[in-house]
Write a protein that binds this ligand. Structure first.
Ligand code: CP
Ligand code: NVA
Length: 303
């Protein structure tokens, strides 16, 4: 059987995404009662990190350990990847030894190349283009708080980056309305893929984007790998901070999400991220449950 991968969110059907979210919520509730099903017994996940991580590393590693399996952390510094071993060969070798490969890297193509040669599931743990694992946790958080997201209104404010691209993919898959507010020159590349197929709009004015929104989402102005653009980016994004005034234009019960790490006083005001309708800690915590449900789904379909 050829393995199932999660390179792009669209590798999952809308029904599969909803099933993974439901299972994540079930696993979360069972864990709260002290029940940690041993769903990963004798399973090992290799985790390749070419960029920093707190949530992604800890959620995958904790998920594997709690399920009775284990995870191995690999960085280019300490593995042969950093000395030029091709990703294709790495995929073949790891497939002989582990049950799944999670990778966080720069070029999206690196994950595609790994998936093309691996005989075990490959999971995108963030690339310059997308972050599907985070979207599973964000969607889980919304579903738990407000029910199905279909037909609801989401506003993305800030950089048209990897997270924004994945929100675009999610809007197209799960039928929610998405308005993206970015400065000119920072539009998401993911918009081209869904042009004309979904209720997705691009604007420059954040105050127009958030009107009646059920959810406002933002992310850092300077993503990993863009450190040399910090001055220009801070200037371009200054009018795009999510402030209490901006939140006040959304629905009164609008939620605020941020994949974290956050910079208070840059992309979000402290008064927003630390307010009661900010669900960022829950969103981060749901990474653990969403990761478990995803791993179980991929392992079960790749035997
Ligand atoms: N949100 C997220 O992916 O966080 P880390 O970079 O800490 O993994
Ligand atoms: N857009 C951010 C997300 C971090 C989780 C980055 O790529 O650095």
């Amino acid at each position: 059987m050829s393995p199932r991968h999660l390179v792009d969110l669209a590798d999952l059907s809308p029904a599969e995404i909803r099933a993974i979210i439901a299972r994540a919520t079930e696993l979360k509730q069972r864990r709260a009662q002290g029940d940690k099903p041993q769903i990963f017994q004798h399973k090992v996940l290799a985790m390749i990190f070419e960029k920093s991580s707190t949530r992604t590393r800890v959620s995958f590693e904790a998920a594997m350990i709690e399920g009775g399996g284990g995870a191995i952390f690999l960085s280019p510094k300490d593995s042969q990847l950093g000395r030029g071993e091709p990703v294709e060969d790495t995929a073949r070798v790891l497939s002989e030894m582990v049950d799944g490969i999670m990778v966080r890297t720069f070029a999206h193509e690196t994950v595609q190349r790994l998936a093309a040669c691996a005989t075990v599931p490959v999971i995108n743990g963030l690339t310059d283009r997308s972050h599907p694992c985070q979207l599973l946790a964000d969607l889980q958080t919304f579903f738990e708080r407000r029910g199905d997201i279909a037909g609801r209104k989401v506003a993305w404010v800030g950089d048209g980056n990897n997270m924004c691209n994945t929100y675009i993919e999610a809007a197209s898959l799960l039928d929610f309305s998405l308005t993206v507010a970015t400065p000119t020159g920072f539009e998401p590349e993911g918009l081209r893929a869904v042009a004309g197929h979904a209720d997705i709009r691009l604007v420059n004015d954040p105050s127009a984007a958030v009107v009646d929104a059920d959810l406002i989402v933002t992310d850092v102005w300077v993503s990993m790998g863009q450190e040399d653009e910090v001055t220009a980016r801070r200037a371009a994004f200054a009018p795009y901070q999510v402030t209490p005034e901006l939140m006040a234009r959304a629905r009164p019960d609008a939620l605020f999400m941020h994949c974290l790490p956050a910079h208070r006083g840059e992309e979000v005001a402290a008064a927003v991220i630390d307010a009661p309708n900010s669900v960022v800690w829950e969103e981060a915590g749901n990474r653990l449950h969403a990761q478990k449900a995803l791993l179980e789904f991929l392992f079960d379909r790749s035997r």
